[in-house]
Write a protein that binds this ligand. Structure first.
Ligand code: MG
Length: 383
């Protein structure tokens, strides 16, 4: 019998890559649910092709459009709880959470409550709600497998030792488009500059996050929750070739690195096949053509977001929700031309400074910290 997968965020970059992977594993996996935010015509196109039992659209207005564009009659959910409803009502072996931003949290939490395997591409869910997600998964027996390439690499490296044998984890960072830029040049960076990522082809939000290195800050926090690490056990190392996706150092000094061509289909497939490995569509690495792999210390002066990542990993509580929400708002303001590139991180830091942390938050408290941070950012920028 084929394994059943639900893809939340199927029209985005990770979602489309997931569909590629599932297609190449079509003798083992079938798509039983697809969900998107507002792109109803793309969702309908995918649904008509793969004929899942159910489709969901978070945006209410386009719900009717979706139904009209379908050439068969699956269950259709629409509106703010559509993704959660889909997860609740369709049996599956794995939920791929590839929704961008905080909108994916409730559905991810629902999948955790139901004890599903979660292929987690929505890192925001872990950054914002790790304090709730991890204990929920532990209670229900849900397995959370990261799709983020760095965290997939860490998980793969961890297979060669035990948790108590881990000394350090090295999160590799490409350094983004501004790796070699001076502080002054970064100060004048435009939206187009920030969207030109050297190695990874990704959606616009995460591409700007890698330009500020806020993406790495989010990944520090994500790693802390996923692998139960302290902030002292996490190091960031700049590795522009993006061939080593991350490394784990064990207590005996051995370092395990996971390498591969920069192709998101590899970590997506591993999240489905874990702990097994199966042949997949990714290219083989050509070591002779690589010539060199380079490493550099991260520059906390030019990329102050990194410092915030470590700070929030240490602080915990509601601070992750504030960092993430303030950053989402700040990135949007930058894309709208309302703030400069360096102001993205400054605005996030200001919101963190203004926030009173709640130590052991509930999901409601986390979501309320999220809303507060968004208001705070808008207030700061307009005044
Ligand atoms: Mg990543």
């Amino acid at each position: 019998m084929k394994k059943r997968v639900i893809i939340l965020g199927s029209t985005g970059s990770i979602g489309r890559n997931t569909i590629d992977v599932v297609q190449s594993l079509s003798d083992q996996w079938e798509v039983v649910g697809l969900a998107a935010g507002s792109r109803s015509s793309e969702l309908a196109e995918q649904a008509n092709r793969f004929r899942p039992e159910a489709v969901a659209l978070a945006c209410n207005q386009n719900g009717a459009n979706l139904t009209d564009s379908l050439n068969y009659a699956p269950s259709v959910f629409s509106g703010p709880t559509a993704l959660e409803d889909l997860v609740s009502q369709v049996e599956c072996d794995c939920v791929v959470t590839a929704v961008v931003g905080v909108g994916g949290i409730s559905a991810t939490l629902r999948a955790a409550e139901l004890g599903r395997r979660i292929a987690l591409a929505n890192k925001e869910a872990m950054v914002v709600a790790g304090a709730v997600l991890i204990p929920t998964a532990r209670r229900s027996g849900a397995t959370i497998i990261p799709v983020d390439s760095e965290h997939s690499a860490i998980l793969q490296a961890l297979q060669s030792g035990t948790q108590s044998q881990v000394r350090r984890v090295f999160l590799t960072a490409s350094g983004g488009p501004f790796r070699t830029w001076t502080r002054e040049a970064i100060g004048r960076a435009t939206v187009e500059d920030a969207l030109a990522h050297p190695t990874w082809c990704m959606g616009p939000k995460i591409t700007i996050d890698s330009a500020t290195m806020m993406n790495k800050a989010l990944e520090i926090i994500e790693a802390k929750w996923l692998f139960d690490l302290s902030d002292e056990q996490i190091e960031v190392i700049v590795h522009p070739e993006s061939i080593i996706h991350s490394m784990v150092e064990f207590c005996d000094g051995s370092v395990m690195a996971q390498m591969g061509a920069p192709d998101m289909r590899t970590p997506i497939q591993y999240a489905l096949s874990f702990p097994d490995r199966v042949p997949g569509p990714s290219d083989s690495l050509d070591f002779a053509a690589l010539t060199q792999l380079t490493f550099d210390k991260p520059d906390f002066e030019r990329f102050p977001a990194l410092r915030l990542g470590f700070e929030v990993a240490r602080l915990g509580g509601t601070s992750g929700a504030v960092l993430n929400a303030a950053n989402e708002e700040a990135v949007q303001l930058f894309r709208d031309g309302a703030i400069s590139f360096p102001e993205i991180t400054q605005v996030v830091e200001r919101a963190l400074d203004q926030h009173t942390i709640c130590e052991n938050p509930t999901l409601a408290e986390l979501l309320s910290a999220d809303r507060w941070a968004r208001e705070e950012v808008k207030r700061c920028v307009t005044c």
